[in-house]
Every structure is written in C-alpha cells, then in structure tokens.
Design a protein. Structure first.
Length: 294
C-alpha cells in the first residue's frame, strides 16, 4: 500500500497496486512519511473503505479532525454491527459514527448536555439498534475515558438505523421514527390497547414499515405486481375488517408524509401485519363482537 494522502500522523488514505483505496488507521502510521511512500503494514490497526474516496475535501477535513482512537473505535463498532448483529450497513457508517462520537466527547468534557426527544420512540421501535448504541457508549467510556451520558445511545442507534438504508440524511431517519410512533398510536387507539414493543410481531411490522418508507421516499413501486393479490385483498378485507380500517388510516398518514400514493397491495400487506399484531398482542380476532364495535 502506498500513501495517497496524509490526514494526520495516525490516519492516511492509501492505495494498493490494483488502485483500490482505503483509509488506514494506526498510531504513528504516517509519522515521517510523505505522499507516495509505502506504508508499514505492521502499524495498520484498522482499515475501512470510504464510499467517498478520491478527491473529496469533506472527507479530508473530517478525518483530520477526528482522533485516531475514535476512528479505531468506530471501525470496531462497525465490525460488531456486521458480524455479531448481522446487519447489512453501508461503509459510510464509520465516518458519521466517528464524527458523532468525537463531538459527544467534546460536549462531555465541556459539561454540555443534549436532549434527544426521540429517546422513548427509539427504545420502542429499534431495541436492537438501541442496545448497540448503549454498547457503543460503554466502549467509549472504557476505551477513551469519556464520561458520555447514557442518552448518547439514542443518536448512535439512529446512525445504525440510517446506515442500514445507505442514507446520508439522518433527518429522514428522525422523520421516519416520528411517523412510526404516530402509526403505533393509531393502532393502539383503534384496538383500545397499548402495544408491547418487545413482541416479535412488532419488530416484523417495524421492519416492513422501514422498507415501505424508504421505497415511498425514493418514489419506487411499493411492491411487485402479484396476480393473486386481488383475491387475497378481498379475503383480507372481509376477514379482518378492523385491521383493514386501521391500515387505511396508516396509509393516509404515510401518504401525507412521503407525498406518494400507496397501492392497494400495500394496503393488503399492512392489514395482514396489523391483524397479526392484534392477534399476537391481544388475542383479537374477527368475531361478531369485534365487527359491531363503534
């Protein structure tokens, strides 16, 4: 590997003989080195491939500001997300995560607190990602001596949610989380019960909503055409009238926020998911008593 750019003594952008570029992290890796010189592979502690490699000045500025030990922790957390949690995330996850950790540590040293209003929603909608964020906070405390507050687990969890959809806009993930919370309020109100967010059916429904939201945001068709769906739709409409009505309200909310019309097929799948939620959480079924509710 040869050096293409030196960000600081511990971080470089390097290239192999095939022209593949990667960011190399290691203590003293670039000390006394110049551009185009070979790297000592024994000094490389972490490697990752940024999606914005090349002449990206933003990448250069960002890497030069983040200490090597924070970049190393971020790359280790990325590996945990990929291997231990089995999540499919983009390579761009490392830099936003490291950037957030860096500023979180600065805030902690200055005694500056930050409130994250979506902490309850995140704990309910993304328990797996929140556990990752809590682990990241613990590791930052142990490795970096940072007195990070537990609340920092919330934005770290949202960075992981964001990366699973290869999105660079964390604001969309915040928006998505707020919408999902409203959807569960609609369902709770329709059935007159609170949702147990730890139930597996809730996790399945959140996954379905996440992909639906991303497809709608990107203007892509919600679902592939299936010739059997019209018949299924009529059976679902008849068999699960309360879930069907609830799904219609959910669709209206989604359409209002994403500015896209959702298909009748999506209405069918939403109905099925909501009916499954009701059955698993509250034992709800399509009884005459249910049909006669106001």
């Amino acid at each position: 590997m040869r050096i293409l750019r030196i960000f600081n003594n511990n971080v470089v952008l390097a290239s192999d003989d095939a022209g593949e570029q990667a960011v190399m992290i290691g203590r003293g890796l670039a000390f006394g080195k110049k551009k185009n010189e070979a790297l000592d592979p024994s000094l490389v502690e972490r490697t990752f491939v940024p999606e914005t490699a090349g002449g990206d000045e933003h990448l250069s500025a960002l890497l030069s500001e983040i200490p090597a030990e924070i970049l190393a922790l971020a790359t280790e957390l990325e590996e945990i997300a990929r291997t231990e949690l089995g999540m499919r995330i983009s390579h761009s996850f490392v830099l936003p995560l490291a950037d957030h950790l860096n500023f979180a540590m600065v805030r902690a040293r200055k005694g500056m607190g930050v409130e994250y209003p979506l902490s309850i929603e995140v704990s309910q909608l993304y328990p797996k990602e929140l556990a990752f964020g809590q682990r990241a906070v613990r590791m930052a405390r142990e490795r970096l001596g940072a007195d990070l507050p537990e609340e920092e687990a919330t934005p770290l969890a949202l960075h992981l949610v964001n990366s699973q959809f290869s999105s660079e806009d964390l604001a969309k993930t915040f928006k998505m989380t707020q919408i999902f919370a409203q959807i569960f309020q609609i369902i709770s109100s329709a059935y007159g019960h609170e949702l147990d967010q730890s139930n597996l059916s809730v996790a399945r429904f959140v996954t379905h909503l996440r992909y639906l939201f991303v497809r709608a945001e990107q203007g892509r068709p919600a679902l592939k055409s299936d010739p059997t769906l019209p018949a299924i739709h009529e059976a679902v409409k008849t068999g699960y009238p309360e879930a069907y009505a609830c799904a219609y309200k959910v669709m209206l909310l989604l359409e209002m926020h994403v500015g896209e019309d959702l298909s009748e097929d999506e209405h069918t799948y939403l109905t099925i998911h909501i009916a499954r939620l009701a059955a698993d959480l509250w034992g709800e079924s399509t009884t005459e008593e249910q049909r006669s509710r106001p």
